[in-house]
Ligand binder design. Structure first.
Ligand SMILES: Nc1ncnc2c1ncn2[C@@H]1O[C@H](COP(=O)(O)OP(=O)(O)OP(=O)(O)O)[C@@H](O)[C@H]1O
Ligand SMILES: [Mg+2]
Length: 311
């Protein structure tokens, strides 16, 4: 509560009354850049007689003497010379919203980056090869009657070139979605991933059906990233991967008995994976394994608003 001259009359929990000076100007408690908005809200409440609300930063005494946070603060007149006010601490909500928009921005950036890579791969690889083949075809068409033997030779070369281009297209597409994942589902894709890995992977998959596409892709990329990380950092050549379905939630666990120390770092592969999983309302936990090593667990609800692709 403040008096007619904006001096503190009373403060309730969590304000430590012995520290908050009764009689001190209320704005001494507020960060300098927000004094204006607080003063204006108080003034409006006093002159209009109506409750005023603002969103601004303010102290969080229960989190330490210098802790600051975000508040929805309300001011209302009690009597002519007495104003009441209270603040709802919305710091966690604001931080969660900031984290969400940061993660969305990173997802968009990752999507843009992937698109640029595909564009470059298509331009530098596929397009150049197709143009060369087109020119060869034009040449061949002029030789069919005048030099059939040469034409046949060129067509044979062309067949080899086209086969090569098909491989390039397959590689570009594989960078987007692994073929096994799209065609045969998560289990087959993980088997193929494990078979291609330089690690000895103990794979246990208890998933007997196709899952929503985004869930399969999220789980697949998590495993791909984690296996690469184990090979790069864990100092072991073994790891285990398990996938289980329970109560419409997919659980994926990748663990190794290596040196440990994995963490989600800014700009690292695991951060991108965590963004992807959280965008599906799932959760990614990175922890130490017992007795040593790394354990990564993701839980992804299937009801992420996606439809399962045809089996
Ligand atoms: N299985 C693991 N064992 C030990 N350390 C790990 C393991 N996985 C990750 N780490 C550590 O955690 C860090 C973060 O991993 P993350 O995959 O996010 O990034 P990165 O591998 O360094 O970069 P990028 O994925 O972009 O190549 C790694 O730099 C590494 O130090
Ligand atoms: Mg990595």
């Amino acid at each position: 509560m403040v008096d007619g001259e904006d001096r503190l009359v009373y403060a309730s929990e969590p304000w430590p009354l012995e520290e908050v000076q009764v009689g001190a100007p209320i704005f001494d408690l507020v960060p300098a850049e927000f004094v204006g908005p607080y003063r204006e809200a108080l003034h409006q409440a006093r002159t209009t007689g109506e409750t005023q609300a603002i969103t601004a930063r303010g102290p969080r005494p229960e989190h330490g003497p210098d802790a600051m946070g975000w508040f929805r603060a309300f001011y209302f007149p009690i009597r002519d010379d007495l104003m009441g006010g209270f603040g709802v601490d919305i710091t966690e909500m604001v931080e969660a919203r900031e984290a969400l928009s940061a993660s969305r921005a990173r997802l968009v950036a990752a999507g843009d980056q992937a698109r640029r890579r595909i564009e470059r791969d298509l331009h530098d690889g596929v397009q150049q090869q197709l143009i060369t083949q087109l020119m060869s075809l034009r040449l061949v068409s002029g030789l069919v009657f005048s030099d059939p033997a040469r034409a046949v030779e060129m067509v044979e070369d062309l067949i080899r070139d086209v086969e090569e281009t098909v491989d390039v297209v397959r590689d570009v597409a594989r960078g987007i979605h692994p073929a096994a994942l799209t065609q045969f589902g998560l289990v087959a894709a993980l088997q193929s991933l494990a078979a291609r890995s330089t690690l000895e992977v103990a794979l246990r998959c208890e998933v007997d059906r196709r899952l929503p596409e985004a869930v399969e892709i999220g789980a697949y990329f998590l495993c791909a990233e984690s296996l690469t990380n184990v090979a790069k950092y864990a100092g072991t050549c073994r790891c285990s991967v398990s996938t289980t379905l329970a109560e419409d939630t997919l659980r994926v666990e990748i663990s190794d008995e290596g040196v440990g120390g994995a963490e989600v770092t800014r700009g690292g592969g695991l951060e991108g994976i965590r963004d992807r999983i959280e965008a599906l309302h799932g959760e990614l936990l990175v922890s130490e394994a017992s007795p040593h090593g790394t354990r990564i667990v993701a839980t992804i609800p299937l009801a992420a608003g996606m439809t399962a692709p045809e089996s």
